[in-house]
Design a protein around this ligand. Structure first.
Ligand code: CU
Length: 122
């Protein structure tokens, strides 16, 4: 298995774990609660909406993005910060590192400009 393939496989496994065991599985979207120290924050995209729309993470923490719109309907989305600090296109998964500086980072989808969310680094 190539390193790239292995990495993709690991990301899928992590995402599946997050989806199946997330604390908010019944109460709401995955990642709706602020992540604990050992939890991987996940932004879930479904029906042209980011869930949660505001996600709090630590500086430089890896953030997993899972697009159910891509899985179910092949709809492409992006998670693109308004100031260009990060941009990923989950097909259906992506991972990016949160910015180093504490603050609030608005992001949007490059294809569907009405899709917006906020990454809070604290
Ligand atoms: Cu989109």
């Amino acid at each position: 298995m190539s390193p790239r393939r292995l990495f993709a496989s690991a990301v899928v496994s992590l995402a599946l774990i997050a989806v199946s065991t997330g604390p908010a599985a019944e109460a709401g979207p995955i990642g709706a609660t602020n992540s604990g120290r050992h939890q991987i924050p996940v932004i879930r995209i479904s029906q042209y909406t980011y869930h949660p729309q505001r996600l709090t993470v630590r500086p430089q923490q890896p953030v997993v993005v899972v697009s159910f719109d891509y899985i179910l309907h092949s709809i492409p989305h992006t998670v693109t910060s308004n100031d260009g600090l990060f941009s990923v296109r989950p097909r259906p998964l992506a991972i990016f590192r949160a910015p180093k500086a504490v603050g609030q980072y608005g992001y949007h989808c490059q294809i569907h400009s009405w899709m917006t969310g906020v990454l809070i680094v604290s």
